[in-house]
Structure formats: structure tokens, C-alpha cells
Design a protein around this ligand. Sequence first.
Ligand SMILES: [Cu+2]
Length: 475
Amino acid sequence: MKRRNFLKAGVTAGAAVALLPGPLARAATASPAAPAQSFTVPMSVPPVLRPSASTSDGLLYTMTMAETSVEVLPGRLTRLRTFNGQFPGPTILAKRGQPVIIRQTNKLSVPTAVHLHGGHVASRDDGFPTDTIPPGDTRDYYYPNAQPAASLWYHDHAHHQEAENVFRGLAGSYLLTDEYEDQLPLPRDEYDIPLLIRGGRFAPSGNLIYDADDPDGPDHPAVLVNGRPRPYFQVAARKYRFRIANVANHQLFGLRLRGGGGMVQIGSDGGLLPEPVDVSEVRLSPAERADVVIDFSRYPLGSRIVLENTEACEDECPDVLRFDVVRPAQDTSRIPDRFLPLEDYGPPVVERRFVLTSDVRNNRHFINGKEFDADRIDIRPKVGNTEVWTIVNGDAAHRIPHSFHTHLERFKVLDRNGRRPPASESGLKDTVAISPGETVRIKVRFHDYTGRYVYHCHIMEHNGTGMMGQMEIER
Ligand SMILES: [Cu+2]
């Protein structure tokens, strides 16, 4: 039987999945471990990596990609592909104007390519899918950090290998700040926490079951936050900033505080929004990020507040994380009324159209009818030009969502099906959800770098099987 991907449609069509044969039966024979009970383990915060040297080119960080056994489920070890033995990888805290070099050594048995997602970096440092680090080799990636503050993340991007590499652990946070953000009275330090959210299916042994058709599982048997299953997190009764990232291969998350309770979204993929937005739910397609502030001072001490996933509700929406309000705290943080206006990209001089389609039977994915070919340049944008891209999800019939990501440059979302996007999409972005049948227009500007970069669907199994294009930016 050919590899099939229709279960991905189950992300939005949960009920229909149960009627489908094949992969579901295989999932059953694989005997996945019963979902862990919610809230039995504390959430961990990925440790911040210290630089190993300060060089004239920038701060040098050292990472090794290797197989490591890590306790993910309580009391069991999971064999993972890790950065520095950690799952998720260590957090990099970077400052605008202070370049970073990450020296990556690949001790895995598969090639890797490290991509700084949302990073404005030279082509040679972008982790081009075929520009890989062979097993045993070391490579330096140079990140100039010349862009505004943003919650970025790094992950593997080796062509055909990225989906499994990321599923097995190769992802981490890269939080870039700048002088403007640094002087804002937002929650900081131990009150500024990354939340990397994804699914995972585990065998009774504790090992992850990777199924290219359906890596997160049709029934989302485990949701991992910072590498732990449905953990609890003890918080003080004050404001926190959470850098939420959907690092799943294909799963969508709609994150909401059960029982109501608002959040304030202050940022998205490309940095701070023009102004904060009150939200009751944060919807994230794969690779999208949202910075939100939650004020726990409105809850009495002892309160337990569940963050739930509205994308997979039956009687109740599944648990993701529980915040336990355990101690009082001083709080001098504040959310400003507004942040900076977005850069003016000016009028577009080029318009392009990208239609995303799938051959479900053969698990092939296309942009404008073509599969990715590293030897073919699809578009040649010019430095200094602003372009409007119309992106069409042509998979309405299969009910397959897509998540469109541009490397190098951040874009503005102009409209969805001709309508203004929600305020949560009012900032600069690098990834945008495109629901089945939807048409989204974005405006992108090519500022400076020339060379080859990719743009693709960030559902890992889609870009790995064709839904990716190559641009060569020219002067
Ligand atoms: Cu896709």
C-alpha cells in the first residue's frame, strides 16, 4: 500500500477519521501507550545555553546533534535525536546587534541541516534542505541578529529527513531581543517562558512511533509541552509572558484557558504586534508562534487553570497544560498600550500566485503543480522589491490544511478570502495558516540578501514530499 496522508485531514475533520481504513488499523497494531494522565509531571523550562566563547565574529555556541535517551513520559526513557542531549533543544537568548555563531556537530547517523526559523540570515547559513551536515561533520551557522526582536526557533531542515528529525526532537527556542523591547515593562526573566507544543505517539517502551503518514497520531495521544506530556506549571499570582510555538509536524492547536479567562497577545512570528490584542484563544498552525501575557493575579492562590486544545474537542477539549497558582508575587510589569508601527513595505511591483495541492493517493504535494527540485529555481525576486503573493489552498476536497512559510523575509497578511485578517495576524509573520479552500494574500519585501532560499508548507510531511519552492533573490 502506498503511503497515504489522508489522516492529516483529520486535524480539522476529526470525526471523519474514524471511518477511514488503513492507517488507523496500523496504529492499533502498533499498540501505542495509553495516553499519560494529565498533570502528573512538572513542566520543564528548556535551559538557556551559555556561549562557549566570545569571538571577533560574535558569540560562539556549541551544539551536538546526537541520539540521547531522555525521560519524556514519567519513569520511561525515550530515544530521541537531540541538540546537546536536551528535548527540546537548549534556548538561545540573542540580542540584536550581537551576532551569534552556532557550531553544530552532527553525531547522528542521518544528515541534518539547521534552519533558524524566522531568521534573517545569509543563504549559506539558512539550512538549505540539500545543504546538509553529513554524519560526523561540523558546521558553523552565522546569525547576524540584525532584525528586530522576535521569538524564533531552530530545527532540522534536511530534505526528506526533516519530518522525522524534528519529530524525534531536533527543535529549540531562539529568543531575540532588541533595545526597544528590552526597555518595555513586559514580564521578563523567570516570568518570560517558552512553551514549545507538539504531539507525539509513544510505544509502551517509551519510544516515539514515527509514522510518516501521521506522526502526531489521529487521536493526539500525547501532547508535549517543552518535552513533557500534559504537564503542570507552578506560577506566581502575577503576569507571565509565554512564547508559544507550535513545533508539531502537522497538528494545529487552538489554545484556550478552560472556563474562560482572557490572554493578551503581544507578538507573533515576526515580533511584537503594533498593539496588544485581547484574545480568548490562540490558534497556531505548524511553526506559527504567539507571544501572550496571562495575568494570574486575577485567580486566588491555589487555583488550577487548564490550557486546553480546541482543535480536538469531543465532550471536552483535551488538556495541554495546567497552571497552578501557588504563590503571591510582586508585579511591576505592565503591557504597554501600543508597540511600534509596522515597517511600510510600499506598493507591490510584482504579484505572484501559489496554488498548494496534494495527490493524496500517492502522498505527493505540489506548489503550482510542481514538486520541489533543488536544481530548479521557481521564482527570482529582486532586492528592494515588494511583492504580493496570493496563496491558494487547493486541497478543499481533501480537507487538508497547509501552513505557508517563507524563509528570510517576514510578511504582512493582507487578507483571507478577501476579508481582513484577525488582529492576531496584524504583525509581521513568517508562517501563515491556509485552511482547506482558503486564499490568503501576503505582502513581502526583499530587503537585502541575495541567493537561494526556500518557501514551503510547514506541515513537515508536505514540504518533505514536494510542497516547497526555491527562490533565487537577485540584485
Ligand atoms: Cu501542507
